[in-house]
Design a protein around this ligand. Structure first.
Ligand code: PLP
Length: 475
């Protein structure tokens, strides 16, 4: 039950609790609140959201909700409750994305996160590229609306095949690309097929665009073409979102035979394939893109620089042909006109400099070392937890837990022990098949910290396995 009255009731209870606990104190975990009051996670998150909007609590992704300081000083926060009525029920669920973008507190080992940690980022070379870029003639003028021609040419060459600069549109990062693609390619209320599990940011973006994400299972080689065909037939969907290379979270890469099958299946269904090629640079062995194999305008390809450079290098390209390309451009123009020219110029300076190749080589070497170290540490300390596969690159391992493990209890116990991992359930558009976690190896400061993180995680697994009543929400 998460109607307005139960949200208001929980918000009132939490308001009292905040006053009782005092400034800086941590509110009970969402799980605990759910258990105590027998309410859904949505009710809890909306009630906490209301208190945050009132300035009574501050939420810290990955750590919880804390009583704000002003409540204790007796200040009367403004009454913003009218907004709840004015806004109605058009809630965008940003929770999973906020969780993924959360920063670990001091002393906590991040075994989650989707970007290179500061020491692995090419910050110095990016600063040099930015300094050169802003001095280029016209750097502060309006760019060509679809993006700088040279940058579009670069992205087109990365996608391969007969893709040209004319097919590419520069947008503000992969997340924006997915949002534009969902809006442009499918009408609200219609289904969109997604791999299950899949990237939670794609699920929330699809839902925010009014679409209904519908699950198609993957195995060690990525999405299963037989089930994809069945899903198209059952749902009538005209869009399939696919991560064919280093799929997040499993790390699977579609072999070339399956790539051709996926395209054939989509084409037979008269459907688009959104190819989220977010991880192309996180391996030295990325196969040719789906876009490079496409002759019919089936593939809408998304390439992005954020993962390999910096989360703030919000430069990506959407590559499409025909009316779909037109709609994508319209979506970008209407929403934000274009991507800031100095950022586009910086991206171009960087990828055309010798620093680009050097950086790729350094990251690929580091990924190999950390992936192997994580796999070895997991095998030694958590032999009952089984990685889905050892991917050819990327930042994570997708780990299956013994069926009896309470995934939320484990994630919470790990957090208490000082290690953050990503809970499996946020990656599923429908029921998860069992307990899973995504464990990231590229976020820890160094190998010693990575090992320490696995030690804390293993301890948490022992705690929840030997004492199944020790999880959050258990008395
Ligand atoms: C699979 C996948 N696609 C897209 C994105 C969006 O990344 P960005 O918007 O930073 O390019 C992410 C980020 O985590 C991701 O994991």
């Amino acid at each position: 039950m998460d109607n307005d009255s139960s949200i208001a009731k929980i918000a009132a209870i939490l308001r009292d609790e905040a006053v009782r606990l005092g400034p800086g104190a941590r509110l009970p975990s969402s799980r605990e609140i759910m258990r105590r009051h027998n309410v859904s996670p949505v009710t809890v998150s909306r009630a906490i959201g209301q208190l945050a909007a009132e300035g009574r609590v501050v939420t810290r992704p990955g750590s919880g909700a804390f009583v704000a300081h002003q409540v204790a000083r007796g200040e009367d926060p403004a009454d913003l409750s009218w907004q709840t009525v004015a806004l109605g029920d058009r809630v965008v669920d940003e929770g999973p994305v906020a969780e993924l973008l959360g920063v670990a507190a001091d002393g906590v080992v991040p075994l989650t996160g989707g970007y290179l940690r500061p020491g692995l980022r090419p910050d110095r070379q990016l600063a040099a590229a930015a300094a050169r870029a802003v001095r280029r003639p016209g750097a502060w003028a309006m760019p060509p609306l679809p993006g700088l021609l040279e940058l579009r040419r670069w992205f087109a060459a990365q996608a391969g095949g007969d893709v040209t600069a004319a097919d590419a549109l520069i947008v503000s990062g992969g997340q924006a690309a997915l949002t534009h693609a969902f809006r442009a390619l499918a009408a609200p209320g219609t289904p969109v097929l997604v791999e299950t599990p899949t990237y939670p940011g794609a699920l929330v973006a699809a839902r925010a665009a009014g679409l209904r994400p519908t699950a198609v299972p993957v195995d060690r080689d990525g999405v299963r073409p037989d089930l994809l065909a069945e899903a198209f037939a059952v749902t009538g969907a005209r869009v399939f979102l696919c991560q064919p290379t280093l799929h997040n979270p499993t790390g699977a890469t579609l072999p070339s035979g399956r790539r051709a099958q996926v395209l054939d299946v989509a084409r037979a269904a008269g459907a688009f394939v959104i190819e989220d090629d977010f991880a192309r640079y996180l391996t030295g062995q990325a196969p040719p893109s789906l876009a490079s194999m496409d002759r019919h305008g089936t593939v809408v390809h998304v390439g992005s620089l954020t993962k390999i450079l910096s989360p703030s290098m919000r430069v990506a390209a959407v590559i499409a042909r025909g009316p779909a390309a037109h709609r994508l451009r319209a979506s970008q123009l209407v929403e934000s006109f274009f991507v800031a020219r100095p950022l586009q110029e910086t991206a171009l300076e960087f990828v055309e400099s010798p620093a680009w190749r050097r950086h790729l080589a350094a990251v690929h070497a580091e990924i190999g070392i950390r992936r192997d170290a994580l796999a070895t540490a997991l095998a030694a300390r958590m032999p009952r937890a089984e990685p889905h596969l050892l991917p050819a690159g990327g930042m994570h391992l997708w780990v299956r837990l013994p069926a009896e493990v309470d995934e939320s209890a484990l994630v919470e116990a790990a957090r208490r022990n000082g290690a953050l991992v990503s809970p499996g359930r946020i990656y599923y558009p429908s029921e998860p098949p069992g307990p899973r976690i995504r464990v990231t190896h590229m976020a820890a400061a160094h190998l010693a910290e990575l090992h320490e993180g696995v030690r804390r995680l293993a301890q948490a697994l022992d705690e929840v396995s030997t004492n199944p009543w020790s999880g959050p929400g258990r008395a």
